[in-house]
Design a protein around this ligand. Sequence first.
Ligand code: 5AD
Ligand code: SF4
Length: 521
Amino acid sequence: MNEDQRKFGQQIKTEDPADKKSEKDYSKYFQSVYIPPSLKDAKKRGKEEIKYHKDFTIDEQFRGLGNGKKFYIRTYGCQMNEHDTEVMAGIFSALGYEATDTTEDADVILLNTCAIRENAENKVFGELGHLKHLKRDNPELLIGVCGCMSQEESVVNKILKSYQNVDMIFGTHNIHRLPNILADAYMSKAMVVEVWSKEGDVIENLPRVRRGNIKGWVNIMYGCDKFCTYCIVPYTRGKERSRRPEEIIQEVRQLAAHGYQEVTLLGQNVNAYGKDFEDLEYGLGDLMDELRKIDIPRVRFTTSHPRDFDDHLIEVLAQKGNLVEHIHLPVQSGSTEVLKIMARKYTREQFLELVRKIKVAMPDVALSTDIIVGYPNETDEQFEETLSMYREVGFEHAYTFIYSPREGTPAAKMTDNVPMEVKKERLQRLNDVVNEFSAEALKKYEGKVVEVLVDGESKKNENVLAGYTRRNKLVNFEGPKEVIGNIVKVKITDAKSWSLFGEFIEVGQIGSEFEEAVEVK
Ligand code: 5AD
Ligand code: SF4
């Protein structure tokens, strides 16, 4: 048993070695592991120092493992999962596998899952059901479950019991172990389960196959220590660990050199960036200040926690340049009482004060947010406060959710007197306000010329191109396909409810969309 296994779990034999056919198989048998998750361990935040590994390599014994084989990864949930999928695709390629975009063609299928709400989990179980027939047609097929759901005991138990077609389950801290896990799964008749629950390290130099060459994700930190009472993420993603600034800066420079037009810095709580450095006073503001000087047209970041959003960051963002005028700032509720029960650690007034400071420094900022309705025992008055907060801030977009209990979190233990029907009504009422504000924000664009980073053809019509403005507004327009991947000027002719429509003018940058100051209360 190696040091890591001792730290994270017990290695258990999953089958009788006598079953193995050859000497070679027999030696590999001992790699077969059953390390299940533990939410209890995942909750711990030890004092152990974070280890940085810079030397990731594919072990010689695994080279060629995937020769002649194809892999397929389906990604659910947030951008962090998209990022992890790119890393896993990189590992697959390094092992000799080829990518495919159909499950029927694949020799290995991975579901990179999301645990944030119950319906996200149900989609995955539905998909595992659909995949059963593929396994019948091709018994050699390997099916794996990874991502946040695999960090939950209840999910692993359910898969062990009811989804025998799954060959491997591995956790968010075990991605770099994919070669070993695949080798184990090929050799083992039993399901290979390897989920480290506690903490985790930072591993650099992982191979990576990025999706597209226009926009790139750059992870700046892993994990979350906030423990909002409803949220499963601190359990599934471990403690906060920041990547070193020099690694991030180098990655962004490389993307710029390869012609990428935009990077999005990723983390569950990017505003806590650097808090875990013991040898360095360095935060997100410092990092953005460095990235500002790199010759890449746009830099975004997500997702923010209002609590750690400091003045230095605001000051740096206000200098604009390649730092765009859009901030996603999840508020979750407009009621101080509910925020307290959620353990968000700010009040309604503190949030409004933060918004005021941001708007003073960046009058043309577009703010978007996340909101949960129907928190256990949320009263009508408390919900009304969320509506009034939305109006007061003037958010331009929001992701809205009905609270979903997550096993193992404190909120899941609370009794709840709000009927589902009331929660649904509240969601509808909130969405009406969200739509109203979104339409109003888009209306202001009519007649304006804005810069659009062209992503590709529109999903609905291949003769129309689509892309986003700096303030993250979706723009559709007719234009030459050669401009895909460029920043272009577009004159907005029509504001629809969720997007803008415009006329292509020429390739070129403009900068901010609205220079005039908005009214700051
Ligand atoms: N129920 C509903 N929504 C949730 N979110 C996180 N956990 C839950 C939950 N248990 C929402 C929050 C968060 C977003 C990513 O998902 O609004 O900001
Ligand atoms: Fe979840 Fe709160 Fe951490 Fe966001 S800050 S990932 S909502 S615990």
